[in-house]
Design a protein around this ligand. Structure first.
Ligand SMILES: [Zn+2]
Length: 266
């Protein structure tokens, strides 16, 4: 649904109840989104690319990134909530905003009081070039996994996306972002775009499977090379995928294909 359609149904309404059906779609992790948003009035709503930016009375902002398959609708509260609906914002005077995202490449990103409009948001993945990504990564010494989830560096990369892109690029999630070489940044840039395109190509069959299977996860997990595959064999080398907590988020990777020691890095 385009913002022009959403706007008259949401603007000036108070969010009376927040139902977060999947906690792990919220960035930063552990942030109490429900408490912050409940009882706030929607002062403005704007679309920037794949991001729907909500401004609340009091000046706080957050955005919903639609990712590959995300949809934002305003529905009658009496209608059943579809599977893969991750967030419901109940509005005063009826109706509720629903965020549906079967592939979970999208997410809900808290911005707080930071600046105006788009200030503070990094470039979209689709706008990245190797040079832009390298420059963004030079700005932080945090580990690359954490940096990829920072909306001020690159906007709209969620946890699954970050794990899959790092695996595709053969980059260990704990390498400091500013220690990546230009060639690694270029590989990572390509991997982010390929991950995105792969998701796009699979979108049709994925959604068809979803309907046929009557709510079963169906084909979704087949796209994941590392995410949610701890203990299973790596698609490239047959070694074991591991899961570690990095920056309070789960990280999934192959220690063989994504070496941490610099002499092993290409
Ligand atoms: Zn491997």
């Amino acid at each position: 649904m385009v913002v022009n359609t959403l706007r008259p149904r949401i603007l000036g309404r108070t969010i009376t109840q927040v139902r977060l059906l999947r906690r792990d779609i919220v960035e930063p992790a552990g942030f109490d989104f429900v408490a912050q948003v409940q009882n706030c009035r929607v002062a403005d709503i704007a679309r920037r690319g794949k991001k729907i930016v909500f401004s609340l009375n009091g000046g706080h902002r957050f955005y919903i990134h639609l990712g590959m398959s995300g949809r934002l609708t305003v529905d009658d509260a009496a209608l059943p909530v579809a599977k893969h609906t991750h967030l419901v914002l109940e509005l005063d005077r009826g109706g509720e905003v629903r965020f549906f995202d079967p592939r979970r490449f999208g997410g809900v990103f808290w911005l707080g009081l930071d600046g105006a409009a788009d200030a503070g948001l990094g470039p979209e993945p689709s706008d990245l070039t190797p040079a832009v990504l390298f420059a963004q990564l030079q700005r932080t010494r945090r580990v690359i996994k954490t940096a990829l989830l920072d909306q001020k560096l690159i906007a709209g990369i969620g946890n699954i996306y970050a794990d899959e892109a790092l695996f595709a690029a053969g980059i260990h999630p704990r390498i400091p972002a500013n220690a990546l070489s230009r060639s690694q940044a270029a590989r990572l840039c390509g991997a982010i775009k390929r991950t995105l395109n792969r998701a796009l190509r699979h979108k049709g069959s994925t959604l068809r499977d979803y309907r046929d299977a009557n709510g079963q996860p169906g084909d979704f997990q087949k796209l994941h090379r590392v995410y949610d595959r701890a203990g299973l064999p790596c698609w490239k080398c047959g070694g074991e995928i591991v899961r570690e907590v990095i920056g309070r988020r789960s990280a999934h990777f192959c220690p063989v294909c994504q070496p941490e020691r610099s002499e092993n890095r290409a």
